[in-house]
Design a protein around this ligand. Structure first.
Ligand code: NDP
Ligand code: 8G0
Length: 454
């Protein structure tokens, strides 16, 4: 057997294809099958050298990338990831997911992703600034408000977007909405920092209400992984709605509440936000957290260490729930899994969730990232709209639009799953099929109209 050279991309590609083939889509719309070999090759990949000087005056070299995957629906749009593991396989999987996710927002945005194998951990602010400047020296030739609009992702937050935006302006002599996630006083949108985490919770609110009309987050036990942007705001919204958040984690380990019925508090999440801004590990908070409140598990992810749990929200990175961990979640009574992270679940984990859904109707419901976390890119789309009109909406206006986009996305997933299902079950519709089919159909039909295939 030939080993895939792009394992993450192959995983995202195969996962999408299997769900399309396991539906009635190509019986009903056979011409769209021709889109697959076309849509799965990026329109363009830019790969470049980034050299920058560290605080000791030593030259460092990193690899920079931008995958401009698909522009059928609008300018390429998607985040930039700065992490030592970044490579083309990871950026192609992220860019591929982004195409269909962006379609699900209902906005006019194409799909892309980029980043560098640069590790922000242990770097000074001056080093980060020099790296961002050096990265933008090349990237600035390839992006623009009507061609490609990057944003943050893992390792790229508000501070880095500021440095990148400043560098773009200096290289191109243009003030334009070329990046999203900008500061509020220079073109940013209210609610963009909160959008992915809040949107995830709004999506799960619809899932809860669909299964048991009137059901809410109040009193639910919610397990979260990660402690970055997405995890923090998912936790805060869940707490606000009366849920108990029982875990948060980072790449070094996990904190789990020591006593059932207790929860991370708003103050605990604020402590986490502060140390993450300084690029520190969660365990530095051992003395700052209330004594005895949490158990720290070094090197662990939360999933197999939980007591009873109602809702699991992976919010760290790809492949962070294995098949075994999925079985542990089912055994812990978990009924809802929704991904804040991109491709949070392995293929084995999805298989567990989907098999269980069909076998025991009402037992478990899985929402993939491209549906459940589309709130982030959606509010980025709203930031672009505000920039081009040179206006600013209030936080209530943006939050309302975000809620409406998440709700419409949920309905689209449910209705599409029902329309194209080949399942003989009266259980819950497959949100993974619904999301994949709805996203794919929108993009493929636009490509057909535009002559990308015929
Ligand atoms: P952040 O950089 O703010 O936080 C990332 C979190 O995940 C940190 O807790 C980090 O731990 C942890 N993490 C990162 N890499 C690994 C790894 N290899 N193993 C274990 N833990 C890891 O990123 P975001 O919160 O923005 O992104 C989290 C996920 O959400 C990603 O999958 C991203 O693509 C996705 N996403 C983000 C959106 C956004 O708007 N930001 C929108 C939609 C999806 P540590 O601090 O130790 O590095
Ligand atoms: O705003 C964006 O374009 C963006 C940033 C980070 C992640 C994502 C995503 O949808 O994965 C989008």
């Amino acid at each position: 057997m030939v080993l895939p050279v792009e394992p993450e991309f192959e995983q995202a590609y195969t996962e999408l294809l299997l769900t399309l083939e396991n539906s009635t889509l190509f019986d009903k719309k056979p011409v769209l099958k021709k889109a697959i070999p076309v849509v799965s090759v990026p329109e363009r990949i830019i790969q470049f050298r980034v050299t920058w000087e560290d605080d000791d005056g030593v030259i460092n070299v990193n690899r920079g990338y931008r995958v401009q995957f698909n522009s059928a629906l609008g300018p390429y749009k998607g985040g930039l990831r700065f992490h030592p593991t970044v490579n083309l396989s990871i950026l192609k999987f992220l860019g591929y997911e982004q195409i269909f996710k962006n379609a699900l927002t209902g906005l006019s945005i194409g799909g892309g992703k980029g980043g560098a194998d640069f590790d922000p951990k242990g770097k000074s602010d001056a080093e980060i600034r020099r790296f961002c400047s050096a990265f933008m020296r090349e990237l600035s030739r390839h992006i623009g408000e009507n061609t490609d609009v990057p944003a943050g992702d893992i390792g790229v937050g508000g501070r880095e977007i500021g440095y990148l935006f400043g560098a773009y302006k200096r290289y191109r002599n243009l003030w334009e909405g070329v990046l999203t996630g900008k500061g509020l006083s220079w073109g940013g949108s209210l609610i963009r920092p909160e959008a992915t985490g809040y949107g995830l919770i709004y999506y799960v609110e619809r899932m809860l209400d669909y299964v048991s009309p009137g059901d809410t987050f109040a009193g639910k036990t919610v397990a979260i992984s990660g402690s970055g942007n997405v995890a923090q705001f998912a936790a805060l919204k869940a707490i606000e709605l009366g849920a108990q958040v029982v875990s948060m984690s980072d790449s070094k380990g996990a904190y789990i509440v020591a006593t059932p019925g207790t929860s991370f508090s708003v103050a605990d999440v604020a402590l986490i936000a502060n140390i993450k801004l300084e690029r520190k590990e969660l365990f530095v908070l051992d003395d700052a957290f209330p004594t005895g409140k949490f158990t720290y598990l070094p090197g662990a992810r939360p999933w197999i260490h939980l007591g009873k749990v109602d809702i699991a929200l992976p919010c760290a990175t790809q492949n962070e729930i294995s098949g075994e961990e999925a079985l542990a979640l089912v055994a812990a009574g978990c009924k809802f899994i929704a991904e804040g992270s991109n491709m949070g679940s392995t293929m084995d984990a999805i298989e567990v969730f989907e098999t269980e859904r069909v076998k025991a109707p009402g037992s478990i419901w899985y929402a993939p990232g491209k549906a459940a976390n589309c709130g982030g890119v959606a509010v980025s789309g709203l930031e672009m709209a505000q920039n081009s009109h040179r206006i600013n909406w209030t936080k209530e206006q943006v939050d309302e639009k975000l809620k409406s986009i998440m709700s419409t996305c949920f309905d689209n997933c449910v209705n599409t799953a029902i329309e194209y299902s080949s399942e003989k079950t009266d259980g819950l519709p497959s949100l993974v099929k619904g999301a994949n089919i709805a996203g794919f159909v929108k993009v493929a039909e636009a490509m057909l109209d535009q002559g990308d295939f015929y």
